[in-house]
Design a protein around this ligand. Sequence first.
Ligand code: DGJ
Length: 725
Amino acid sequence: MITFDEATGIFHLQGKQTSYFMQKNEQNHLFHLYWGSRLAKRLPDYVLKEIKRASYIADTDHIKEYKLERLPQEYPAFGNSDLRKPAYQLTFQNGTQISDFRYVTHEIIQGKPALKGLPSLRESIDCETLKITLHDAYQQINLSLFYTLFEEADIITRHSELENVGDDPVEINQLNSACVELPTSDLDLLHLSGSWARETHIQRTPLSQLNYRVESTRGSSSHEHNPFIALMEKEATETNGDVYSMNLVYSGNFEATVDVEMQDAVRMQIGMNSTLFGWQLQPGKTFVSPEAVLVYSQHGLQELTHKYHQAYQNYLLPKKFAKKERPILVNSWEACYFDLKEEALLELAQSSKDLGVELFVLDDGWFGHRDDTSSSLGDWFVDSQKFPQGLEHFITQIKQIGLDFGIWVEPEMISEDSNLYRQHLDWCIEVPGRLKSYSRGQFVLDLANTEVQNYLIETLSELFQRYDIDYVKWDMNRSMTETGSNALTSSQQKEFYHRYMLGLYRVLAKVTEQFPDILFENCAGGGGRFDPGMMYYMPQTWTSDDTDAIERLAIQEGTSLIYPAISMGAHVSQVPNHQIGRVTPLNTRGVVAMQGNFGYEMDLSKIPLEEKLEIKAQIEQFKKIRSTVQLGTFYRLAVPVKDNAKAWLFLDEQQVVVSYVQIHAKPNSPSKRLKLTGLNPEGLYLLPNGEKRYGDELMAFGLAIDTVKQDFYSQQWILQKVEDE
Ligand code: DGJ
């Protein structure tokens, strides 16, 4: 429920377990009062009055001791009596940057208005939106702050809009999606970072009086940092303590900042990256920021995860696929790379079908004359050398084998050696007169150009119309460098990165609307664009190019913090692993890949019989647990020896699936147990060995872990819920 109290000027966003308070005062400034566990009885109208902070700063509105820097701002400006990090920055026609927004009005709307041109959470029946409008009278600009409360899911989404109601253009240098002030810095910052093949590693750092910045300037949300930050109480753990978090529904450059100020308060913000950003807001126009999702948990990371998973599965993923079990696939990439031979591919398909696979994915190399990364991106027609009888013919055979068919594309890219490049020399991003750098031998198409967007919509529509395609892997394999657009004026060049994203979202919206039955998989060299923005259009993502089971433990753990298993691709590949050369048992590779959308990245036609039999059994096992993994509830489990093992659990009404992976064997190691969580204490569960245990026992004593003399060992248990005798 969202309420406003006239007498105190307090807004209350009251979720199932969370409260969020703001207050407007007589000067019509808007302050942040509180974000935390749900308060039911009264409005905290004493908070602002009780704040005591000295400040060597000017008085506001000539009111003695009224200093904004001392008070928690809801959406702070820069340059007045608050010199901390602002939530926005504007430059006016006269070159100055000082603004002064005051509250004018607000409305509480049933439901949730969509964000123009941008992905955002879809509305639910229980959501309400608060729109607060502020106005800068001198420069004639409206600033609207939007808050949607999803009461049951207990999350808040926020974004900001700027409307130029004056006569002169205004330059937007920054417009954050959300800003929150917490009263103490006795907190840890948690974020997900890494690199290509090493994405989403959980990092936890204690705060001190510094400015922290988690960001991407790579043109995509990036492998380096996920657009997510959390602040946690120092004592907070998986199951205890306060956690405050923000995740941005955006796939381009972002910044998430935490600023610990001199009086120990903390400003936490998220939004588009202000580096290399500028936007000319013409009179009469409105600029819309991306949406931020704010999740608070009173009970550590587990509750945080559950809130994100539920919200994303219910309100973010495309409805058609959000609750639909995903096919088990085989992908040609690590099996064949560019060496695509029709006969061998059909053998791979047939063997895969025999083992229980459901979808065949033809990865890179099927089009133009692409035998390596040096050519053909942009030429989305079949390579007749590799498929002499055409792609239709090949697809027909795949379908006759009994598999669905999926195809790889990388639509945002262009090779210098391509017909597309020869025809449209000005269609890639570039700064005229400067060198364009190759990355993987390719350039990036200028999606800020409407002509390029239209071309992509048309070409992809033709491709997906012509062939019988069930699944598309949409890849994107380079960071943007030397950015500029031939389609933009000089004053618009700073708008490039955001215009690219708006262009991409337009293409994605059109193509996915036109082909609602195709299952789209998002990929950017693995998890380089694993974010809620892409997830709005594409219900699953290839988590990482690193398919090594042990490396995947940390990657999938980090990803699991916010994104549900049904959105996360995880495949078994061959050994030695192609990325790091490690040899892990097939069982462990299977157990780890069963944490998401399961599949294989290996040539299943060229493996020994005993491996085939093991894979057949693996696939049968996954089919038994698939609905629990993809539609059930997920828990990370505490392991007996931290840093040497990972364990997790999925459960639904019927069964519990427990997985355990131990990294290294230890000598003279006593037997250990794995305690379960989330079970019904009084429920009775049938163990794989035929014994029965109650939920309370399984949570108190756990399951016995094997003692083995073997590295990379794993165990998986399926526990059936049974009737009590
Ligand atoms: C990067 C992807 O992450 C891989 O899975 C594969 O599709 C290659 N691109 C193909 O070029």
